[in-house]
Ligand binder design. Structure first.
Ligand SMILES: CC(C)(COP(=O)([O-])OP(=O)([O-])OC[C@H]1O[C@@H](n2cnc3c(N)ncnc32)[C@H](O)[C@@H]1OP(=O)([O-])[O-])[C@@H](O)C(=O)NCCC(=O)NCCSC(=O)C[C@@](C)(O)CC(=O)[O-]
Length: 295
């Protein structure tokens, strides 16, 4: 059954901008404020990773500290370890996200350790977050394929998802990092994970490299998932997944949901303008078909 309401988790300012040409901190702040103004209430605003690995996110602290906060909006950031967690907290995030993978090779390339080592690194972070009452989201990458290993066993996706959930992550975001998934496969993957993690604790994080993300989302919404990660103007990709394009454009998914009578609380015109503005700053074409049609 389809949900009546979907919660959009906007990742453009992080997953998007981490893989674009560097933009000023001011431009990031403006983007984040525009997104909030469009009615988005969950915004990933930065990433506290090594600046040598992802220089585009090196100013995350400055960005997060400079945002004029909108009431009711949760501002989040990626934190791979305790160091990142402490920096994120100092910047004033409302919540953080840890990120693992269902592929050993991707885990090595992305965070320089095996899946098991990554879990070990997350333990002290989770303990500290729990003691401070900071919600932690968990990402699992490569749920529908890996740029290094190809097909990934759904049992492994479910295993890693369950570990992160049982460690205390309040939601598990399933990442089709390189956008290779197709609808039936995506749905089966979600159904398998949902045997170990409640479906209302799952989110879809689908990149659109092969133009399948909207179809994949529709197929998975029928399983009862009601949280979708999306990236305004289709910004981004992943620096450790060659060829990956951005997440599905937020404007495109909101348009589809509007057409199905599914509530998101988002003003599509304001959202499209936010995506248009950052695309202009980046000097790139807007990756949202809907925004291009509307504007
Ligand atoms: C995880 C590490 C740090 C391990 O990297 P490492 O080299 O194994 O870690 P280390 O502890 O040995 O530290 C090495 C250096 O990094 C520094 N360092 C260590 N931690 C931090 C930190 N938190 N913040 C700032 N600096 C840090 C640390 O201080 C040291 O600095 P040095 O002594 O060389 O000057 C590294 O591999 C890394 O930063 N990787 C970045 C990965 C990344 O950001 N990938 C993109 C995001 S994931 C993604 O996009 C997928 C997702 C989530 O969207 C879902 C999907 O689509 O699938």
């Amino acid at each position: 059954m389809l949900p009546n309401k979907v919660s959009i988790f906007e990742v453009g300012a992080r997953d998007g901008l981490q893989n674009e040409v560097p933009v000023s901190s001011n431009a990031k702040v403006q983007l984040i404020e525009n997104l909030a103004d469009a009615g988005i209430n969950r915004i990933e605003a930065g990433s506290f990773v090594s600046p040598k690995w992802v220089p585009q996110m090196a100013d995350s602290s400055e960005v997060i500290k400079s945002i004029t906060r909108k009431q009711g909006v949760k501002y989040s950031a990626l934190t791979p370890n305790l160091k990142g967690f402490e920096l994120a907290l100092d910047a004033g995030v409302d919540e953080v996200a840890i990120f693992g993978a269902a592929s050993q090779s991707f885990s090595q390339k992305n965070i320089n350790c095996s899946i098991e080592e990554s879990i070990e690194r997350f333990i002290p972070l989770m303990e500290k977050a729990k003691s401070l009452n900071i919600p932690v989201r968990g990402y699992v990458s490569c749920v529908l394929g890996c740029p290094y290993e190809g097909d990934i066993d759904v049992a492994e996706v479910a295993r890693v998802s369950a570990i992160l959930y049982n460690m205390g992550c309040y939601e598990i975001s399933l990442g089709d990092t390189i956008g290779v998934g197709t609808p039936v496969k995506a749905r089966r993957m979600v159904e398998t994970v949902a045997k170990q993690v409640p479906v209302d604790k799952l989110a879809l994080h689908f990149h659109d490299t092969y133009g399948q993300a909207l179809a994949n989302i529709l197929a998975c919404l029928e399983t009862g998932v009601s949280v979708i990660d999306a990236s305004v103007a289709g910004l981004g990709g992943c620096p450790y997944a060659k060829g990956a394009s951005g997440n599905l454009a937020t404007e495109d998914v909101v348009y589809m949901l509007n057409g199905m009578g599914i509530e998101t609380g988002i003003d599509l015109t304001k959202l499209a303008k936010a995506g248009h503005a950052i695309s202009q700053v980046l000097g790139r074409a807007n990756g949202s078909k809907v925004a291009n049609a509307l504007l």
